[in-house]
Design a protein around this ligand. Sequence first.
Ligand code: PLP
Length: 384
Amino acid sequence: MAKRLYYGQHTITEEDIQAVVNVLRSNYLTQGPMVAEFEEAFANYIGSKYAVAVSNGTAALHLCAMALDVKPGDKVITTPITFAATANCVRYCGGEVVFADIDPETWLLDSKKVRLLLESSPKGTYKGIIPVDFTGRSVNLEEFRILANEYGLWIIEDACHAPGGYFWSNNNQKENCGNGNFADLAIFSFHPVKHIAAGEGGMITTNNKNLYDHLRNLRTHGIQQNPDLKIENHGVWYYEMQELGYNYRLTDMQAALGLSQLKRADKGLQRRIEIAKKYEKAFENADFVIRQPGFIDGHAYHLYAIEFKDRDKLINYLRDKNIFAQVHYIPTHLMPYYKQFGWKNGDLPNAENYYKNCLSIPIYPTLTNEEQDFVIETITNFYA
Ligand SMILES: *Cc1c(COP(=O)(O)O)cnc(C)c1O
């Protein structure tokens, strides 16, 4: 194939371009009316009460950790199979990251492993959990909420892979990823490879008004946004910095692009599901497949990861054929940065085993049927 096929790929339409150009012709460049509109539309889409737009997903995680008051020495549990930023937000605040293993079937943080950790330590040892809707498959947040309530923990849902994803709760309610019914805070990213691209960008969703207000202050230098909560007032010019915050604002150009892309999110999701179903069928009886997700209701299919035999050879073979599959992820606990805290090979066998076999193959709304057929054919030929 002459064209390179990546594991993921953004799409820009003429409408997207026009939306950004319109902002350039307006009076605002950085955070302004488009940001507010994007926040409202995003909260609507996800089904949360509030949304706070920030400069990227990593900034979103950082502000969440700050708003939940992570302090030096605080222990927080997360999964090793995620982008490093998920764990890093704890470190930004001086906290300690405790990785728990994944479920080998779902590849998600295993709530049973988390329970074991919690039960084997005095209450109060851990402060929070950060589960990840990895590949776009929703974690069962209800299970984590039960644990969190028992042990007095907060939850940040890393939903970067899962806008439009959902799970079914015990009482048969459809629970959208990031809707704030179980997690205290949820975060999303608008990096180009994600479902909704804004160049860079992030969003925090929540149903908690206090956290929402606090996050809005933290996003802009810790300056109090609510005039009623100012301690002093020197006059009309007066703004009041009450705590140490950051400049993590999203620009109106980015918000306009994100908003325009959000309008196509459901269409894109439908196409991803179609592609996933076709892969599932193509590989369901293949003896070279160790595990594939299969069709799962509520899966947002950000990635189509499969555990393959001979993964290392396959990835090189595919690159020769212009198929740029990728490994998601190198377990975070095995990054040199985290090894310095004592993490090592053998600590989390399910995650390490998954890492040996996994490969994310192309899935994105503009992948054509012919291109997908070529991917399937090339993989099948490699094993023939
Ligand atoms: C992309 C991603 C992030 C970080 O988002 P950025 O916008 O790139 O900072 C965090 N967690 C997960 C799971 C991601 O996929």
